[in-house]
Design a protein around this ligand. Structure first.
Ligand code: PLP
Length: 340
Protein backbone atom coordinates (compact mmCIF):
# COMPACT_ATOMS: atom_id res chain seq x y z
CA UNK A 1 0.00 0.00 0.00
CA UNK A 2 2.47 2.58 -1.20
CA UNK A 3 0.85 5.98 -1.75
CA UNK A 4 3.61 8.18 -0.38
CA UNK A 5 4.92 9.53 -3.68
CA UNK A 6 5.08 8.99 -7.40
CA UNK A 7 8.84 8.90 -6.93
CA UNK A 8 8.60 5.61 -5.06
CA UNK A 9 7.65 3.20 -7.81
CA UNK A 10 9.79 1.30 -10.29
CA UNK A 11 10.97 2.61 -13.61
CA UNK A 12 8.85 1.39 -16.52
CA UNK A 13 10.21 -1.71 -18.32
CA UNK A 14 10.20 0.16 -21.65
CA UNK A 15 12.47 2.80 -20.10
CA UNK A 16 14.75 0.07 -18.77
CA UNK A 17 14.77 -1.54 -22.21
CA UNK A 18 15.83 1.74 -23.82
CA UNK A 19 18.62 2.02 -21.25
CA UNK A 20 19.76 -1.50 -22.07
CA UNK A 21 19.79 -0.63 -25.78
CA UNK A 22 21.86 2.46 -25.06
CA UNK A 23 24.31 0.50 -22.94
CA UNK A 24 26.25 -0.67 -25.95
CA UNK A 25 29.65 0.46 -27.12
CA UNK A 26 31.13 3.95 -27.03
CA UNK A 27 29.58 7.32 -27.64
CA UNK A 28 30.94 10.84 -27.51
CA UNK A 29 30.28 12.21 -24.00
CA UNK A 30 28.47 15.35 -22.82
CA UNK A 31 25.42 14.91 -25.00
CA UNK A 32 27.10 14.74 -28.38
CA UNK A 33 25.57 11.43 -29.38
CA UNK A 34 22.76 9.79 -31.31
CA UNK A 35 20.76 9.06 -28.13
CA UNK A 36 20.75 12.72 -27.09
CA UNK A 37 19.79 13.75 -30.62
CA UNK A 38 16.91 11.28 -30.54
CA UNK A 39 15.71 12.48 -27.13
CA UNK A 40 15.86 16.13 -28.18
CA UNK A 41 13.95 15.32 -31.38
CA UNK A 42 11.23 13.53 -29.41
CA UNK A 43 10.85 16.41 -26.93
CA UNK A 44 10.63 18.90 -29.80
CA UNK A 45 8.06 16.77 -31.55
CA UNK A 46 6.00 16.31 -28.36
CA UNK A 47 5.82 20.05 -27.76
CA UNK A 48 5.53 20.89 -31.46
CA UNK A 49 8.56 23.14 -31.05
CA UNK A 50 10.97 22.18 -33.85
CA UNK A 51 13.73 24.60 -32.83
CA UNK A 52 13.45 24.16 -29.06
CA UNK A 53 16.52 24.13 -26.88
CA UNK A 54 16.34 21.00 -24.72
CA UNK A 55 18.58 20.22 -21.75
CA UNK A 56 18.39 16.91 -19.92
CA UNK A 57 19.05 16.97 -16.18
CA UNK A 58 18.56 14.52 -13.34
CA UNK A 59 16.15 16.39 -11.06
CA UNK A 60 13.10 18.59 -11.30
CA UNK A 61 14.77 21.05 -8.96
CA UNK A 62 17.67 21.45 -11.42
CA UNK A 63 15.30 21.90 -14.36
CA UNK A 64 13.31 24.56 -12.50
CA UNK A 65 16.32 26.41 -11.13
CA UNK A 66 18.17 26.42 -14.46
CA UNK A 67 15.12 27.56 -16.42
CA UNK A 68 14.34 30.37 -14.00
CA UNK A 69 17.98 31.43 -13.75
CA UNK A 70 18.11 31.79 -17.54
CA UNK A 71 14.91 33.84 -17.45
CA UNK A 72 15.81 36.32 -14.71
CA UNK A 73 18.32 38.91 -13.55
CA UNK A 74 19.83 38.73 -10.05
CA UNK A 75 17.95 41.86 -8.92
CA UNK A 76 14.54 40.62 -10.07
CA UNK A 77 11.69 38.85 -8.34
CA UNK A 78 10.15 35.61 -9.58
CA UNK A 79 6.37 35.40 -9.16
CA UNK A 80 4.84 32.08 -8.15
CA UNK A 81 2.09 30.66 -5.93
CA UNK A 82 2.73 30.70 -2.21
CA UNK A 83 2.84 26.88 -2.14
CA UNK A 84 5.03 26.52 -5.23
CA UNK A 85 7.64 23.77 -5.11
CA UNK A 86 10.20 26.32 -6.33
CA UNK A 87 9.40 28.47 -3.31
CA UNK A 88 8.87 25.93 -0.55
CA UNK A 89 10.70 22.72 -1.35
CA UNK A 90 13.90 23.46 -3.21
CA UNK A 91 16.01 25.01 -0.43
CA UNK A 92 16.42 28.26 -2.33
CA UNK A 93 17.83 26.55 -5.44
CA UNK A 94 16.23 29.11 -7.75
CA UNK A 95 17.70 32.05 -5.84
CA UNK A 96 21.06 30.25 -5.71
CA UNK A 97 21.19 29.47 -9.43
CA UNK A 98 19.75 32.88 -10.33
CA UNK A 99 22.46 34.69 -8.37
CA UNK A 100 20.14 36.15 -5.79
CA UNK A 101 16.85 36.71 -7.62
CA UNK A 102 14.10 36.56 -4.99
CA UNK A 103 10.76 34.81 -4.96
CA UNK A 104 7.50 36.79 -4.85
CA UNK A 105 4.69 34.56 -3.57
CA UNK A 106 1.10 35.08 -4.72
CA UNK A 107 -1.90 33.62 -2.85
CA UNK A 108 -3.40 30.44 -4.24
CA UNK A 109 -6.73 28.64 -4.18
CA UNK A 110 -6.34 24.89 -4.53
CA UNK A 111 -2.80 25.49 -5.77
CA UNK A 112 -3.77 27.93 -8.51
CA UNK A 113 -3.03 31.67 -8.59
CA UNK A 114 -5.93 33.83 -9.74
CA UNK A 115 -4.84 35.81 -12.81
CA UNK A 116 -6.08 39.03 -11.17
CA UNK A 117 -3.95 38.37 -8.07
CA UNK A 118 -0.89 37.69 -10.20
CA UNK A 119 -1.53 40.85 -12.19
CA UNK A 120 -1.93 42.90 -8.99
CA UNK A 121 1.25 41.48 -7.43
CA UNK A 122 3.26 42.25 -10.55
CA UNK A 123 1.78 45.76 -10.71
CA UNK A 124 2.89 46.40 -7.10
CA UNK A 125 6.48 45.48 -7.93
CA UNK A 126 9.10 48.02 -8.94
CA UNK A 127 9.21 47.61 -12.75
CA UNK A 128 12.97 47.07 -12.60
CA UNK A 129 12.43 44.09 -10.33
CA UNK A 130 9.72 42.36 -12.35
CA UNK A 131 11.09 38.96 -13.35
CA UNK A 132 9.56 35.75 -14.67
CA UNK A 133 6.41 33.98 -13.51
CA UNK A 134 6.47 30.30 -12.56
CA UNK A 135 3.29 28.21 -12.74
CA UNK A 136 3.05 24.58 -11.60
CA UNK A 137 1.01 22.06 -13.59
CA UNK A 138 -0.13 19.65 -11.91
CA UNK A 139 -0.24 22.05 -8.93
CA UNK A 140 1.18 21.26 -5.52
CA UNK A 141 -2.43 20.86 -4.33
CA UNK A 142 -3.06 18.14 -6.91
CA UNK A 143 -5.27 20.29 -9.14
CA UNK A 144 -4.84 21.04 -12.83
CA UNK A 145 -5.15 24.47 -14.47
CA UNK A 146 -7.45 24.48 -17.47
CA UNK A 147 -5.89 25.72 -20.70
CA UNK A 148 -8.00 28.87 -20.28
CA UNK A 149 -6.58 29.46 -16.80
CA UNK A 150 -3.02 29.00 -18.08
CA UNK A 151 -3.70 31.43 -20.93
CA UNK A 152 -5.12 33.94 -18.44
CA UNK A 153 -1.98 33.66 -16.28
CA UNK A 154 0.21 34.19 -19.34
CA UNK A 155 -1.89 37.25 -20.20
CA UNK A 156 -1.61 38.56 -16.62
CA UNK A 157 2.17 38.22 -16.88
CA UNK A 158 2.12 40.64 -19.83
CA UNK A 159 5.64 40.97 -21.22
CA UNK A 160 7.18 38.86 -18.46
CA UNK A 161 8.34 35.36 -19.43
CA UNK A 162 6.42 32.41 -17.97
CA UNK A 163 7.88 29.10 -16.80
CA UNK A 164 5.85 25.93 -16.36
CA UNK A 165 6.96 23.55 -13.61
CA UNK A 166 5.80 20.39 -15.33
CA UNK A 167 7.15 17.82 -12.91
CA UNK A 168 3.81 16.09 -13.64
CA UNK A 169 3.33 17.55 -17.13
CA UNK A 170 2.07 14.26 -18.57
CA UNK A 171 -0.48 13.77 -15.78
CA UNK A 172 -1.89 17.21 -16.55
CA UNK A 173 -2.03 16.52 -20.30
CA UNK A 174 -3.82 13.23 -19.61
CA UNK A 175 -6.24 14.99 -17.25
CA UNK A 176 -7.06 17.74 -19.72
CA UNK A 177 -7.14 15.49 -22.79
CA UNK A 178 -5.25 18.18 -24.69
CA UNK A 179 -2.06 18.01 -26.71
CA UNK A 180 1.25 18.59 -24.93
CA UNK A 181 1.85 21.53 -27.27
CA UNK A 182 -1.44 23.15 -26.27
CA UNK A 183 -0.42 22.98 -22.62
CA UNK A 184 2.98 24.51 -23.33
CA UNK A 185 1.47 27.35 -25.40
CA UNK A 186 2.69 30.77 -24.29
CA UNK A 187 5.42 29.33 -22.06
CA UNK A 188 8.96 30.64 -22.39
CA UNK A 189 10.29 27.56 -20.61
CA UNK A 190 8.96 24.20 -19.49
CA UNK A 191 10.38 21.78 -16.93
CA UNK A 192 9.22 18.52 -18.46
CA UNK A 193 9.11 15.76 -15.88
CA UNK A 194 10.00 12.12 -16.45
CA UNK A 195 11.06 10.72 -13.08
CA UNK A 196 7.63 10.64 -11.41
CA UNK A 197 5.99 8.93 -14.34
CA UNK A 198 8.18 5.99 -15.30
CA UNK A 199 11.81 7.11 -15.60
CA UNK A 200 14.74 6.49 -13.25
CA UNK A 201 15.75 10.13 -13.11
CA UNK A 202 15.44 12.49 -16.04
CA UNK A 203 13.76 15.83 -16.58
CA UNK A 204 14.05 18.22 -19.50
CA UNK A 205 14.51 21.97 -19.32
CA UNK A 206 12.90 23.14 -22.56
CA UNK A 207 12.92 26.57 -24.21
CA UNK A 208 10.61 26.42 -27.25
CA UNK A 209 12.33 29.59 -28.50
CA UNK A 210 16.08 28.93 -28.14
CA UNK A 211 16.80 32.68 -28.21
CA UNK A 212 15.30 32.89 -24.69
CA UNK A 213 17.53 30.16 -23.20
CA UNK A 214 20.36 32.53 -22.30
CA UNK A 215 23.55 30.49 -21.89
CA UNK A 216 21.68 27.52 -20.48
CA UNK A 217 24.43 25.05 -21.33
CA UNK A 218 27.02 27.13 -19.46
CA UNK A 219 24.67 27.50 -16.47
CA UNK A 220 24.10 23.76 -16.48
CA UNK A 221 27.81 23.01 -16.59
CA UNK A 222 28.63 25.57 -13.92
CA UNK A 223 25.89 24.08 -11.74
CA UNK A 224 27.25 20.56 -12.13
CA UNK A 225 24.38 19.35 -14.27
CA UNK A 226 26.10 18.39 -17.53
CA UNK A 227 26.45 14.63 -17.27
CA UNK A 228 29.37 13.18 -19.19
CA UNK A 229 27.23 10.10 -19.85
CA UNK A 230 24.21 12.09 -20.97
CA UNK A 231 23.43 9.13 -23.20
CA UNK A 232 21.79 7.40 -20.23
CA UNK A 233 19.54 10.35 -19.48
CA UNK A 234 18.67 10.56 -23.14
CA UNK A 235 17.86 6.86 -23.38
CA UNK A 236 15.36 7.21 -20.55
CA UNK A 237 13.70 10.14 -22.29
CA UNK A 238 13.56 8.17 -25.56
CA UNK A 239 11.93 5.17 -23.87
CA UNK A 240 9.55 7.50 -22.08
CA UNK A 241 8.37 9.55 -25.06
CA UNK A 242 8.54 7.13 -27.97
CA UNK A 243 5.27 5.40 -28.80
CA UNK A 244 3.47 7.73 -26.35
CA UNK A 245 4.41 5.73 -23.24
CA UNK A 246 4.47 8.88 -21.08
CA UNK A 247 0.82 9.68 -21.78
CA UNK A 248 -0.23 6.07 -21.14
CA UNK A 249 1.53 5.86 -17.78
CA UNK A 250 0.14 9.24 -16.76
CA UNK A 251 -3.41 8.29 -17.74
CA UNK A 252 -3.05 5.06 -15.78
CA UNK A 253 -1.83 6.90 -12.67
CA UNK A 254 -4.71 9.38 -12.97
CA UNK A 255 -7.28 6.57 -13.37
CA UNK A 256 -6.04 4.78 -10.24
CA UNK A 257 -6.13 8.04 -8.32
CA UNK A 258 -9.65 8.86 -9.48
CA UNK A 259 -10.82 5.48 -8.22
CA UNK A 260 -9.13 6.02 -4.87
CA UNK A 261 -10.45 9.57 -4.53
CA UNK A 262 -14.02 8.61 -5.38
CA UNK A 263 -14.03 5.92 -2.70
CA UNK A 264 -12.45 8.26 -0.15
CA UNK A 265 -14.99 10.98 -0.89
CA UNK A 266 -17.79 8.50 -0.05
CA UNK A 267 -16.34 7.59 3.32
CA UNK A 268 -18.16 9.32 6.20
CA UNK A 269 -14.95 10.11 8.12
CA UNK A 270 -12.97 11.42 5.15
CA UNK A 271 -13.01 14.90 3.60
CA UNK A 272 -11.12 15.76 0.45
CA UNK A 273 -9.09 18.93 0.98
CA UNK A 274 -8.79 19.85 -2.72
CA UNK A 275 -10.41 18.70 -5.95
CA UNK A 276 -8.57 15.66 -7.31
CA UNK A 277 -7.69 16.33 -10.95
CA UNK A 278 -4.68 14.11 -11.62
CA UNK A 279 -2.68 11.69 -9.45
CA UNK A 280 -2.53 13.41 -6.04
CA UNK A 281 -5.14 13.27 -3.27
CA UNK A 282 -5.21 15.53 -0.23
CA UNK A 283 -7.69 14.30 2.37
CA UNK A 284 -8.39 14.62 6.07
CA UNK A 285 -9.29 11.73 8.30
CA UNK A 286 -9.20 11.15 12.07
CA UNK A 287 -5.92 10.39 13.78
CA UNK A 288 -7.37 7.13 15.12
CA UNK A 289 -8.02 5.95 11.58
CA UNK A 290 -4.58 7.15 10.50
CA UNK A 291 -2.90 5.17 13.30
CA UNK A 292 -4.76 2.04 12.27
CA UNK A 293 -3.86 2.44 8.57
CA UNK A 294 -0.23 3.04 9.44
CA UNK A 295 -0.16 -0.02 11.69
CA UNK A 296 -1.47 -2.08 8.75
CA UNK A 297 1.34 -0.82 6.52
CA UNK A 298 -0.28 1.98 4.53
CA UNK A 299 2.33 4.49 3.37
CA UNK A 300 1.39 8.08 2.64
CA UNK A 301 2.51 11.51 3.82
CA UNK A 302 1.05 13.14 6.87
CA UNK A 303 1.04 16.86 6.14
CA UNK A 304 0.84 17.94 9.79
CA UNK A 305 2.14 16.72 13.11
CA UNK A 306 -0.18 14.06 14.49
CA UNK A 307 1.67 13.56 17.78
CA UNK A 308 -0.36 14.25 20.94
CA UNK A 309 -3.56 14.82 18.97
CA UNK A 310 -6.82 13.13 20.08
CA UNK A 311 -8.06 10.13 18.11
CA UNK A 312 -10.87 12.12 16.50
CA UNK A 313 -8.61 15.01 15.36
CA UNK A 314 -8.68 15.24 11.56
CA UNK A 315 -5.21 15.06 10.00
CA UNK A 316 -4.26 16.21 6.53
CA UNK A 317 -2.85 13.33 4.48
CA UNK A 318 -1.37 13.23 0.95
CA UNK A 319 -1.71 10.15 -1.23
CA UNK A 320 -0.15 9.84 -4.67
CA UNK A 321 -0.48 7.09 -7.28
CA UNK A 322 2.21 6.48 -9.83
CA UNK A 323 1.67 4.42 -13.00
CA UNK A 324 2.55 1.16 -11.23
CA UNK A 325 0.16 1.28 -8.27
CA UNK A 326 -1.93 -1.88 -8.31
CA UNK A 327 -5.67 -2.07 -7.85
CA UNK A 328 -5.06 -4.60 -5.09
CA UNK A 329 -3.25 -1.95 -3.04
CA UNK A 330 -6.17 0.44 -3.45
CA UNK A 331 -8.64 -2.35 -2.57
CA UNK A 332 -6.70 -3.15 0.58
CA UNK A 333 -6.54 0.47 1.70
CA UNK A 334 -10.25 0.91 1.10
CA UNK A 335 -11.16 -2.26 2.96
CA UNK A 336 -9.07 -1.11 5.93
CA UNK A 337 -10.79 2.26 5.83
CA UNK A 338 -14.18 0.60 6.01
CA UNK A 339 -13.19 -2.01 8.59
CA UNK A 340 -13.10 0.35 11.60
C1 PLP B 1 5.75 20.26 -8.45
C2 PLP B 1 7.15 19.75 -8.33
N1 PLP B 1 8.14 20.41 -8.94
C3 PLP B 1 9.41 20.00 -8.88
C4 PLP B 1 9.75 18.88 -8.16
C5 PLP B 1 11.22 18.57 -8.04
O1 PLP B 1 11.63 17.33 -8.37
P1 PLP B 1 12.98 16.68 -7.77
O2 PLP B 1 12.64 16.08 -6.47
O3 PLP B 1 13.34 15.71 -8.85
O4 PLP B 1 14.01 17.76 -7.66
C6 PLP B 1 8.77 18.13 -7.50
C7 PLP B 1 9.10 16.92 -6.73
O5 PLP B 1 8.42 16.48 -5.86
C8 PLP B 1 7.42 18.60 -7.57
O6 PLP B 1 6.44 17.94 -6.93
Amino acid sequence: MFFASDNGGPAHPAVMAALARANDGHRMPYGVCDWTDAAVALVREALDAPGAEVHLVTTGTAANALCLAAMSQPWQRIFCSDIAHVLDDEMGAVTFFANGAEMAPVAHTDGRMAPADLFARIAREDPRRRGPVSVTQVTEAGTVHTLGHLAALVAAAGDLPVHLDGARFANAVAALGCTPAAMAAGMTAVSLGGTKNGCLGVEAAVFPDPARAHALWARRKRGGHVLSKTRYLAAQMVGYLEHGLWLETAAQANRKTARLAAALANHPDVTLAHPVDANIVFARWPKGLHDRLRAEGAQYYLMEDGANRPADAPLLCRLVCDWSVEDAAIDRLLSLLHAG
